[in-house]
Design a protein around this ligand. Structure first.
Ligand code: ADP
Length: 747
């Protein structure tokens, strides 16, 4: 068969595809230029070949099938791989058509080189595998949807959540898997992402197949093609139930923390160091503690250091050196008002992965009061310690029991025992006793009086000498009544006992002497009494006789009269002296008695003065009397008090010059009668003033000049004191004397 192709040859050669014309047996009738060039054959070579010679063996079957389809349907499309003359391969796409040329049926095939397409397909396939691998690696549910919301890629997690295989989901939509309203919501979210072109994060609640509520966070992102056109969406959905729970707890605990921090009396703070130092939080207590506001503290991270007492700054530096390692630190802070306070800080450091302190959280407490109490306590303890150490009485603390150890001992115990402190601490307490029995006695006594046992014992010093010890001990118990230790004091009373013995001896001796003296005084008193009575017996008739003689001779002055007067006056003086002696004797023998009665004080005193007046006249002496009117009556022994007044007046007269002047004053002073007798005589020195009231005492220089026994004032003192009164003298030498006495008006 000869077919003239010249007409369309030029046209066929212009086509960029390979064109083959073959008969139904597969013999080539015509091939165009492209067919020859792309396969490396010449046209004549190709025309010698059979259509199946071009196909790689794997495709020969495909081509045979295709030929059958072609014969049946008149047209077919298929892919194959051709072999070039150099044995290299070209993937091709074949379009064959049955045509009739003249009376002959032929096949015209247009074959396209699809190398590039195949390469792209392979690449796409590879990408899809990679994409699937990536998707599967995501623990969250992940998917890719096209614009029509169909899944074009899903990962295992998503397929598993729906209980299907990955492949089953491809091409399907949410409507195929989820309840209608939920699926519609998903579709509407996708649409929003497509419309807006921006990501959308959706957090939603979701009940899983077991009915448990779970929180899901989905991020939907638009997918753009190379022309920046949105072609679909991707989605990643994460189960954030746990995170949500933690977040909720965190919010809760943050809320609680705030509440606590805001209301706490302590100052709570957080200071960040990385990237820069910043006071992140400080609680309101900052104001009450430091006087500074929250803002002042947060604006100046260095404030905490600035206000530290200069002496305490090393404490802060030490804290930094130890990187805020939780140890409490205390120092003084200067409050805004200038006052110093003690604060205690506890910091908790939080480190980053390099181990550097990223931030600290801390609490600051005002401990001024505690510090004061502590200091006061320490001071008190110190004082107590120094007191115990320096006290002269020995102080001890021992373990209970007969052979207990000594736990505490002060210096006095060291001195008393002769042992050093160390020796005492290693000593069994029983060794301090003269005998173990004495320790037993001590323990027994303490058991009977645990609060305060007082025991006298014999202790043995280090050198073996014994001392008498006065011990006071107390049993110290714990809250359950268990005996912990024994506290007590020891006093060395050896010397005191010795002194007591000496004192007893002295007392005995003195008592004996006193009794002897009393006896002597009694005997002397008795002797004086007898003597005075014996002397008075002959004196009485002398006084009476001379008194009568004096009266008989009163109108006959002369020698006889004068002599009679002398005898009479001397007898009177003698009688007075005897009376004084008798009074003293009565006093020492204890037979002295007052005979009191009520007298009209003023009149009584005036009468006494009147009776003494002649004696004053005799010496040309005057008396000035000042007696307060309306004196109350006095209960006195009138004759004895007269004896006192007469004695004082006669002394005043005796120690005053001739024509001297005497004064007598009487008044009431607080229920007492007060009498003052003053003279302008020689006066008395203060020392003598003390002694003149003693019996037989007379001032040396007066002894020779003035007569007397030195008993007058002693008797006066006896009488005044027997009345419950007092007598004394106020005088200066050469400046007169005032004798004063007071006696109660009522007994
Ligand atoms: P006498 O009876 O010896 O005077 P008193 O007891 O009355 O004894 O007095 C004791 C002494 O006190 C006197 O010796 C005298 O030295 C002194 N004395 C007493 N009264 C006065 C006085 N008014 N002025 C100076 N000395 C006085």
């Amino acid at each position: 068969m000869n077919i003239d192709f010249t007409i369309c040859e030029q046209m066929l050669n212009a086509i960029p595809y390979s064109v083959f014309l073959s008969n139904l047996e597969g013999r080539f009738l015509y091939v165009n230029d492209v067919a020859c060039k792309t396969r490396g054959y010449t046209r004549s070579e190709l025309l010698q070949m059979h259509i199946f010679d071009l196909d790689v063996p794997e495709f020969s079957l495909v081509n045979k099938n295709s030929l059958e389809i072609l014969l049946e349907k008149g047209e077919t499309n298929f892919e194959s791989v051709h072999t070039r003359k150099d044995k290299s391969k070209i993937p091709v796409e074949v379009h064959s058509r049955l045509i009739t040329l003249g009376d002959q049926k032929c096949v015209i095939s247009t074959i396209r080189d699809i190398t590039v397409r195949k390469q792209n397909e392979a690449r796409l396939n590879e990408l899809q595998i990679q994409q699937q691998a990536i998707l599967n690696n995501i623990p969250d549910m992940a998917w890719i949807k096209d614009k029509k919301h169909r899944f074009i890629a899903v990962n295992k997690a998503l397929a598993a959540s729906s209980g299907v295989e990955i492949g089953d989901m491809l091409g399907k939509t949410d409507l195929d898997y989820y309840p209608k309203d939920l699926a519609e919501q998903y579709v509407s979210d996708d649409l929003e992402v497509i419309r807006s072109g921006v990501n959308k994060t959706i957090v939603e609640r979701f009940f899983d197949s077991s009915g448990t509520m779970r929180w899901i966070e989905t991020i939907k992102t638009p997918i753009y093609d190379e022309k920046n056109k949105i072609i679909g969406t991707t989605g990643i959905a994460r189960d954030i139930t746990q995170r949500k729970q933690i977040e909720e707890k965190l919010v809760e605990s943050e809320k609680n923390f705030r509440l606590m921090a805001e209301n706490a009396r302590d100052m709570i703070y957080r200071i960040r160091f990385i990237p820069g130092e910043e006071v992140e939080y400080v609680s309101p207590a900052v104001r009450s503690i430091t006087g500074y506001s929250i803002e002042e503290f947060t604006n100046d991270p260095g404030l905490g250091y600035k206000i530290i007492h200069p002496e305490d700054k090393p404490v802060w530096k030490e804290m930094l050196k130890h990187k805020y390692d939780n140890i409490p630190v205390s120092f003084r802070w200067k409050r805004k008002d200038g006052k110093y306070i003690w604060v205690e800080l506890i910091n908790v450091p939080f480190r980053d992965k390099n181990g550097s302190v990223a931030y600290i959280e801390g609490i600051c407490r005002d401990i001024s009061e505690r510090k004061h109490v502590d200091d006061a306590l320490k001071e008190e303890e110190e004082k107590y310690r120094s007191l115990v150490q320096n006290i002269k009485i020995a102080v001890f603390r021992t373990i209970p029991g007969s052979t207990g150890k000594i736990l505490e001992a002060n210096k006095a115990l060291e001195e008393m025992s002769g042992y050093s402190r160390e020796e005492l601490m290693n000593l069994e307490v029983v060794n301090l006793y003269a005998s173990p029995e004495e320790r037993e006695t001590f323990i027994r006594e303490l058991a009977l009086n645990p609060e305060k046992a007082v025991i006298t014992s014999h202790l043995k010093k280090k050198d073996g000498t014994l001392i008498d010890a006065h011990m006071v001990a107390k049993a110290v118990k714990d809250v359950n009544g268990r005996l912990l230790y024994i506290d007590g004091t020891i006093e060395d009373i050896t010397e005191r006992n010795l002194l007591q013995k000496q004192l007893t001896y002295l007392y005995e001796t003195e008592k004996k002497h006193r009794e002897e003296l009393q006896e002597e005084a009694r005997v002397r008193g008795m002797f004086i009494d007898i003597l005075a009575h014996e002397l008075r017996t002959p004196l009485t008739p002398i006084l009476i006789s001379t008194g009568i003689l004096k009266d008989l001779q009163s109108d006959k002055p002369g020698v006889q009269g004068k002599l009679t007067n002398n005898v009479y006056n001397s007898a009177k003086v003698l009688s007075r002296r005897l009376e004084e002696l008798l009074e003293i004797a009565r006093y020492s023998r204890g037979t002295f008695r007052l005979e009191k009665r009520s007298v009209e004080t003023g009149k009584y005193l005036k009468d006494v003065i009147l009776r003494f007046k002649p004696a004053l006249d005799e010496r040309g002496q005057s008396i000035h009397v000042e007696i307060v009117e309306d004196l109350n009556p006095a209960e006195i022994d009138p004759s004895r008090l007269e004896q006192v007044i007469i004695n004082l007046l006669s002394n005043a007269s005796k120690f005053s010059p001739q024509n001297g002047h005497i004064s007598f004053k009487a008044r009431v002073q607080c229920d007492y009668l007060r009498v003052e007798i003053s003279d302008e005589g020689i006066g008395i020195s203060p020392e003598e003033g003390q002694r003149i009231f003693q019996p037989y005492h007379r001032i040396e220089q007066d002894r020779l000049k003035f007569p007397g026994l030195g008993l007058g004032l002693a008797v006066a003192k006896q009488i005044i004191e027997a009345h419950g009164g007092k007598i004394w003298v106020e005088s200066e030498l050469d400046n007169g004397s005032t004798f004063l006495f007071i006696v109660p008006l009522k007994s």
